[in-house]
Each structure stands twice: as C-alpha cells, then as structure tokens.
Design a protein around this ligand. Structure first.
Ligand code: HEC
Ligand code: HEC
Ligand code: HEC
Ligand code: HEC
Ligand code: HEC
Length: 116
C-alpha cells in the first residue's frame, strides 16, 4: 500500500494530512465495516478504527494496537465485577482471545454482544 492511498502530499484540512477524515479513511476499502449495524460497537463508531488498529503496521497480525488482543479489550472493559458482567473478564486473560466468542466485533445485526 502507498502512503498516498491514505495521505495527501499537498496537505488537507484533516488531521495528519489524511485524504478523508476519521474512519472514512478505512471504510473506503473495508466497506463491510461501514455498517450501519443494528448493534454498533461504540468503540468503532465513536472513536474510530485507529483506537484499536495501527494503520502503519504492528506486531499483531491483525494490526492491533496491542500485541495481545484481550488486553486491548480490557483497556476499556475494565471492571470484571460490575453487576452486568455475565462472565469474569479477567478469567479470560489466560484463556484465549475475546473474539473467539465475540466474533463480530465490528458490529452485528443479530446480537447485542457481537457473538454472531
Ligand atoms: C491505510 C492508511 C494509511 C497508510 C497507507 C499510511 N498511513 Fe500514515 N496515517 C494513517 C492514519 C489513519 C493516521 C492517523 C493516526 C491516528 O489516528 O492515530 C496516520 C498518521 C500518519 C502520520 C502522523 C503521525 C502522528 O502520530 O500524527 C504520519 C507522519 C504518517 N501517517 C506517515 C505515513 C507514511 C510516510 C506512509 C507511507 C509509508 C503512511 N503514513 C501510510 C493512515 C495511513
Ligand atoms: C486502499 C485500500 C485500503 C485502505 C484505505 C485501508 N485498507 Fe486495510 N487492508 C487493505 C487490503 C487490500 C488488505 C489485505 C486484505 C487481505 O489480505 O485479505 C487490508 C488488510 C487490513 C487488515 C487485516 C490485516 C491482515 O493482515 O489481514 C486490517 C486490520 C486493516 N486492513 C485495517 C485498516 C485500517 C484500520 C485502515 C484505516 C486506517 C485501513 N485498513 C485502510 C486495503 C485497505
Ligand atoms: C474495538 C476494537 C476495534 C475497532 C474499533 C476496530 N477493529 Fe478491526 N479488528 C479488531 C479485532 C480484535 C480484530 C481481529 C479479529 C479476529 O482476530 O478475528 C479486527 C480485525 C479487523 C480486520 C481483519 C479481519 C476482518 O474482520 O476482516 C479488518 C479488515 C479490520 N479489523 C478493519 C477495521 C476497520 C476498517 C475499522 C473501523 C471501521 C475497525 N477495524 C475498527 C478490533 C477492532
Ligand atoms: C476504546 C474502548 C473499547 C475497546 C478497545 C473495546 N470496547 Fe467493547 N465497548 C466499548 C463501549 C464504549 C461499549 C458500549 C458500552 C455501553 O453501551 O454500555 C462497548 C460495548 C461492547 C459489547 C456489548 C455489550 C455492552 O456492554 O454494550 C461487547 C460484547 C464488547 N464491547 C466487547 C469488546 C471486545 C471483545 C473488545 C476487544 C476486541 C472490545 N469490546 C474493545 C468500548 C470499547
Ligand atoms: C467463551 C466465550 C466468551 C469469551 C472467550 C468472552 N466472552 Fe464476553 N460474553 C460471552 C457471552 C456468551 C456473553 C453474553 C452473556 C449474556 O447474554 O448474558 C458475553 C458478554 C460480554 C459483554 C457484555 C456484557 C457486559 O458485561 O457488559 C462484554 C463487555 C464482554 N462479554 C466482554 C468480553 C471480553 C473483554 C472478553 C475477553 C477478555 C470476553 N468477553 C471473552 C462469551 C464470551
């Protein structure tokens, strides 16, 4: 991929000389992530793709901002003892990734917890 796929050398009114603002930069190619979904993951919609992904490359195969995906999730989903927690999230820290179950992490039309 070329720098100019996302950036303009002539400068733009967007942050970091991006051709398009925010997640528009990403969903122009990853159109299936655009939605809208019945159940949006507000992290995707509100904060945008780069709250979880690093566009310039990463130690993670999926370009995630953290090497281990579950720690990325736990950055925001912090309280394992909150009343509405169905499973102790910390219990999953040593047992695989959250997206094993929360498979549609970018948003789902079927399930409020992005399970399918
Ligand atoms: C897939 C899209 C994409 C490509 C390709 C890309 N960038 Fe970026 N770049 C971004 C995004 C998105 C940001 C804003 C980062 C953020 O939101 O934290 C950014 C930010 C930057 C910044 C500002 C750094 C900062 O922290 O503010 C520089 C400099 C930069 N890119 C240079 C490059 C160069 C040089 C290339 C080619 C080698 C390149 N980019 C390729 C998407 C891209
Ligand atoms: C110009 C088109 C284009 C843009 C813009 C773009 N991508 Fe991609 N992206 C691709 C292609 C092509 C692939 C490789 C798909 C494959 O191998 O199946 C890819 C792969 C990925 C992957 C998966 C990594 C992997 O190795 O499979 C992630 C995550 C990703 N992009 C995130 C982003 C994010 C976040 C942005 C915005 C900052 C972005 N992309 C912008 C075209 C683009
Ligand atoms: C809440 C964190 C988070 C946000 C925000 C996020 N992603 Fe992802 N993304 C992930 C995780 C986790 C994976 C790895 C999924 C897996 O391993 O199955 C992933 C995987 C991907 C992939 C590769 C696998 C696939 O599903 O195609 C692409 C492409 C991608 N993301 C694009 C995007 C784009 C574009 C945005 C913004 C619209 C975005 N992501 C926002 C967490 C996020
Ligand atoms: C940048 C912060 C952030 C990250 C990173 C993040 N989330 Fe979220 N997530 C949110 C917010 C905000 C909501 C909406 C919470 C609400 O409405 O009460 C949410 C909602 C959810 C929900 C729906 C249930 C609910 O409470 O509404 C699930 C399931 C979920 N996230 C799982 C994950 C998983 C798994 C990951 C890692 C791949 C992840 N999240 C990463 C911020 C984040
Ligand atoms: C073995 C499968 C599985 C794994 C792994 C898993 N979850 Fe869940 N999670 C579920 C199920 C099932 C529900 C919905 C339970 C219900 O409907 O009562 C759920 C619900 C949630 C919710 C929404 C309810 C709430 O507490 O707000 C969040 C947030 C969440 N999971 C985060 C995570 C995070 C973060 C991880 C990784 C550290 C993770 N999950 C790993 C199965 C899993």
């Amino acid at each position: 991929m070329k720098c100019t796929d996302c950036h303009s050398p002539h400068g733009t009114s967007n942050r970091a000389t991006l051709r398009q603002s925010g997640w528009e930069t990403c969903v122009q190619c990853h159109v299936e992530k655009r939605g809208p979904f019945v159940f949006e993951h507000s992290a995707v919609k509100v904060e945008g793709c780069t709250i979880c992904h690093t566009p310039h490359g990463s130690v993670n195969r999926m370009l995630l901002a953290r090497r281990e995906e579950r720690f990325l999730c736990l950055q925001c989903h912090v309280d394992p003892f909150a009343v509405n927690v169905p499973h102790g999230r910390l219990g999953f820290q040593t047992r695989g990734e959250c997206v094993r179950c929360h498979a549609n992490i970018h948003g789902s039309n079927f399930d409020a917890n992005f399970l399918h």
